[in-house]
Design a protein around this ligand. Structure first.
Ligand SMILES: [Zn+2]
Length: 175
């Protein structure tokens, strides 16, 4: 009686024939950044407006000290937290997506940033940048309260990013 066949896991691996991943065309760019697997446990939710992106990043890195934070950039930023009563329920899907990141990315801290001159609020309020600020500030407070209610263990903080000429500043909003 012959010995039973060896399972796939006990067979020696024929290394010479192992392909290292799919066949890819030659790289067009290699990042100067090196992979760091350590999670920082923080997420920042801000507007997708690319003119602000570098400043948001710098604020998070140099003031909040959260390298490698999870970036969530959507039009209006924290505006997506609030139920609007019209159209698709973005608030509900935002909660679900945030829940996934809280669980899988082990989030402990969420940073909400609303910015001066945001096109989302200009559209919604029909006002100039100064005229939108009270609504933005109020919604930062309401958005913070929602996140705390959804995820009581999360630390939530909110900021308003301002612009005067070419100068960009960040201001804590009491929530
Ligand atoms: Zn914006």
């Amino acid at each position: 009686m012959s010995a039973p066949p060896r399972s796939e896991h006990t067979q020696p691996i024929p290394w010479a024939s192992v392909a290292l991943g799919p066949a890819l065309p030659m790289a067009v760019f290699t990042s100067s950044e090196r992979w760091n697997a350590e999670r920082i446990g923080a997420l920042a939710l801000y507007c997708s407006d690319g003119r602000w992106g570098e400043a948001f990043d710098e604020f998070c890195h140099r003031r909040l000290l959260i390298p490698r934070y999870d970036r969530w950039a959507v039009p209006g930023g924290p505006a997506c937290l609030l139920p609007r009563g019209t159209g698709p329920d973005l608030s509900h899907s935002t909660r679900e997506q945030l829940g996934l990141l809280v669980r899988v990315h082990e989030l402990e801290r969420v940073v909400l940033i609303s910015h001066y001159g945001c096109a989302f609020y200009a559209e919604m309020c029909g006002k100039d940048p100064e005229g939108c600020l009270p609504v933005q500030t109020q919604e930062l407070k309401e958005g913070s309260a929602l996140v705390r209610r959804w995820f009581p263990d999360l630390a939530v903080e909110a900021y308003l990013a301002m612009r005067q000429g070419g100068c960009l500043t960040f201001h804590a909003v009491e929530t």
